[in-house]
Ligand binder design. Structure first.
Ligand code: GLY
Ligand code: MN
Ligand code: MN
Length: 419
């Protein structure tokens, strides 16, 4: 599906005489005159291929067609001297294949004029992406617009298109899969550099820096999400991001990270021993996680749900954990495994999806079993990215080693060479 087809598909969910408005967003203020780095609204990017700030896409559905109009800040020579040039309207139009590009300032008057043209006896339906959750809603342009609309145009009826978009975004095109593949390959290359660099006594910060540098060497600055580089008990905190502890002798290091290419994400986790050798206990627990991952990957095929995949893993843990002693004293699997095994992957690392949807060919998901044994300073997760195919799946991150033998051989290769 190209951008035009995606826009048509979104508007299929609204009747003729409807509008939809999508905002690219703007960077939140960090402090004084500094903003946080801008990150485009992914539904806007999905429908336009653009990632500029303060843009809006308006879709107008009549009885016979869907027209698309892009609103954007126009090039400004003064601003260009400070922050560089903005995209020329013709350039935006060529990428997004919209019918027209107009100055951002004209958005409101355009919309209200269009609503007047439409309004008859029926309230005009206005589709918005109301997917942002929590306090952020207060500043999300779609929510602001929805509030303004209800005050100024009470006859309009807001429709949330979030679910429609999620449904579309779950199935990836060849082009999207190719970008995820590129992000995965770059991440694999960088993780290998990290694993070779890792040593007892260095800091998690240093190791994170090695990953960033290895990505940048490949020309990539975009991350799928903040890197998790967590040694020992820090790895039992699922979204640990301090990444500033010293990697103590004998500890495991869990690295959960991903590059992004044109915003398409990879999401990989590997857990490896700082010394290059697993202890017997670390290996025992690691192998249970790895075996669990194999079982889940075998179960991935069209028709199964993410909830069912998670159940495959929990069933396995129930069977595999008793001999480790971890379930003694009334402990349960939930004491050591407290997330779920899969999520969709795409323009977001935790990509748009409709809960409970059965897998279909063209979907991309992660498989990421973990076990977190805080009292032993052991946190293990193994995460790969899978493309669902007609009869199973293809592992897009198969090129990165995952058995303890492979990891030890890889980490000790340099040493043997020099020693
Ligand atoms: N880093 C979060 C996840 O793997 O889902
Ligand atoms: Mn991850
Ligand atoms: Mn993940």
């Amino acid at each position: 599906m190209n951008f035009q087809q995606r826009r048509m598909a979104v508007m299929d969910s609204l009747p003729p005489q409807s509008l939809a408005v999508f905002f690219s967003g703007r960077a939140p203020v960090r402090s004084a005159d500094e903003n946080y780095p801008f990150s485009v609204n992914r539904n806007f990017a999905y429908l336009t291929g653009l990632d500029g700030e303060q843009m809006a896409l308006v879709l107008i559905k009549t009885e016979t067609s869907v027209q698309s109009v892009l609103f954007q800040p126009m090039p400004d020579p003064d601003l260009a001297r400070w922050v560089g040039g903005r995209m020329e309207p013709e350039h935006s139009r060529a990428i997004a294949k919209v019918n027209r590009v107009l100055p951002q300032e004209q958005l409101e008057s355009f919309l209200y004029r269009q609503m007047k043209l439409f309004s008859s006896s029926q309230p005009v339906k206005v589709g918005l992406d109301l997917s942002c959750e929590g306090w952020y809603q207060q500043v999300d342009p779609a929510y602001q617009f929805a509030r303004q609309l209800s005050e100024r145009y009470p006859a309009a009826q807001v429709c949330d298109l979030h679910r429609t978009l999620a449904q579309l975004r779950m199935i990836k095109t060849e082009e999207e899969i190719e970008r995820i593949r590129q992000a995965a390959e770059a991440t694999i290359t960088a993780v290998k550099v990290m694993m070779r660099h890792c040593a007892e006594g260095i800091s998690e910060t240093e190791l994170e820096g090695v990953f960033d540098f290895a990505l940048m060497k490949q020309g990539i600055r975009e991350h799928a999400f903040p890197t998790i580089c967590a040694s020992a008990h820090h790895a039992t905190v699922l979204h640990y991001s301090d990444n500033n502890a010293i990697i103590e002798p004998g500890s495991l290091v869990l690295c959960d990270l991903g590059a992004a290419v044109d915003h398409y994400c990879a999401d990989i986790t590997r857990t490896f021993p700082a010394s290059g050798r697993f202890t017997a206990r670390q290996k025992e627990i690691y192998d249970i996680v790895l075996q669990g991952q194999r079982k889940v990957i075998e179960a991935v095929r069209p028709g199964i749900t993410l909830g069912q995949l998670n159940q495959v893993l929990v069933n396995w843990y129930q069977q595999a954990l008793p001999p480790t002693g971890l379930l003694d004293n009334g402990k349960t699997v939930g004491d050591y495994y407290y997330h779920s095994v899969s999520h969709h992957l795409g323009l977001d690392a935790h990509d748009a999806s409709v809960a409970g949807t059965a897998l279909q060919p063209g979907m991309v998901i992660t498989v990421e079993p973990g076990l977190y044994v805080k009292q032993e300073g052991i946190g293990i997760r193994i995460e790969d990215d899978l493309l669902v195919t007609q009869d199973g799946s293809q592992n897009l991150t198969a090129g990165l080693m995952r058995t303890t033998e492979e990891i030890e051989a890889f980490m000790n290769k340099g040493e043997q060479h020099h020693g």
